[in-house]
Design a protein around this ligand. Sequence first.
Ligand code: GLU
Length: 257
Amino acid sequence: MRIVIKVGTSTLAYPTGLLNIRRVEDLCRVMSDLKNEGNEVVLISSGAIGMGVGKLGLGKRPSDIPTKQAAAAVGQCELMYTYDKLFGEYNHTVAQILLTGEDVENEKRCTNFHNTMFRLLELGALPIINENDTVATDEIVIGDNDTLGAIVAKNIDADLLVLLSDIDGLYTADPRKHADAKLIPVVEALTPDILSLAEGKGSDLGTGGMKTKLRAAQIATEAGMDMIIANGQDPMILYKIIDGEPFGTRFIGTKKG
Ligand code: GLU
C-alpha cells in the first residue's frame, strides 16, 4: 500500500513546543516497520513552528509573520534532525520536501514534485513533507497540513491518507464542548450535514481543526482513496488502521471510474 500519514503539531510536541520524545520515537518505529512490511510511506509533518517556539524559548506561538517564519526555519531543522536520527536507527533514509501553494498549482513545478516523489519512493526513501513556512505568505500559502496531505496523496495516487491528530475522529458535535458528542466511525458521503460538523480550531501551537480535515477528506475521497482521522496518542494504532480495522473516522473514497 502507498500510505500518506499526516502528523499534527499536537501529536509531535508538548504544549511547551518541546518534542514529545516517546511519541515521536514510537511513530518512527511503527512507520519504519510499515515500510519493512513492504508499504510505501510518506510523512506529512507539521511541528516546524511549534518546535521553533520551543527551541527559541518564545513561550507561545508568535502572531507576527517574521517571527513565525523564523520559528519555522529553526523548528524545521530540529524536526528533520530528529526524523533522520530516528528513522536512521531502523536503516531508513529520509528526504525533506518543502512546498508552497504555488508549487502545487504551477503545472511545471507540480510535475517536478511528482517525478521527485516517485523517484524517492523507487529508491526506498521516506519523503517527509511540510509547507515551506519561511517563504509562504498569504497569497501562496496552502495554510494547513491537512489540505497539504490530501494534495500530496492525490498527486501520488496514494491508497490511503491518515490524519493523526489530538482528537479521536469526527464527532456529532465538538466533544470539547458537548459531553454527549458521539464519534462517527464511517462517513460514506460528505453531505452538508457532515460538513456542518466542522466546529472549532485545533491546538494552540498547530494550525488545523476539523474544518481543514473535512476539506482534506473532500480532496482525498474525490480522488478515490479512503481517509482516516485518528488520535495520534498511540502510534501503534497505525497497524490496525492499515489492516482495515475500524479506528477513528473513516471517510470512504468514491470509486474511481
Ligand atoms: N507548517 C506548519 C508547521 O510546520 C503546520 C501547519 C499545520 O499544522 O497544519 O508548523
